[in-house]
Design a protein around this ligand. Sequence first.
Ligand code: SF4
Length: 213
Amino acid sequence: MIKINYNQEMENLIKNLDGKKTLLLHSCCGPCSTAVITKLKDFFDITVFYYNPSLYPETEYEKRRDEQIKFLNALNKQEKRNIKIIVPTFNPNTFYDAIKKVENFENLKEGGMRCYACYKERLEATAKFAKQNNFDFFGTTLSVSPYKHSDWLNEIGLNLQKELGIKFLVSDFKKKDGYKLSQDLSKKFNLYRQNYCGCVFSLKEQEEKETNN
Ligand code: SF4
């Protein structure tokens, strides 16, 4: 199977843009968004969509949301930008509804099929909002993480593009040291960086790892 270089595809797309376009950017957290926004901010008029019903517990959802806002405020002030943020109502049931059909979902490790359903639910909500609100593109920060499957994210995004008629920004933000950049920028902006992906199952997985070490 030919492996598609989605980072290259994104760079080609950006090169051919006819002026600055509006982008609804799904973001999982402030730290991941640092490198992604840095890469895109000169080419897109970005609105961050902090939509993460998978997060557990709710205090963790709030903590990551606040760090996301802290980063945007600092960047906007520093660079005189106006990157906005939309925070839909937090409803964890949407996550559980999305994953409940995945066999053995409670016991899968991060990266298994539970994650495919979780990516799909978040990207679908982002695409629908982008379409309803006339954005030119939608996209996600998720591919900056080496723990996320970029091929799944791009497959889901491109299917939604076809289904809903809203352009998807293909990506693989971890390429060209993107993940390292997100670590460096998180330090620079003094952001809290979590040590588990987000849901209760990934928290349990992390706790087990720590116990066994
Ligand atoms: S491990 Fe992360 S991507 Fe996978 S289901 Fe949990 S929150 Fe979603």
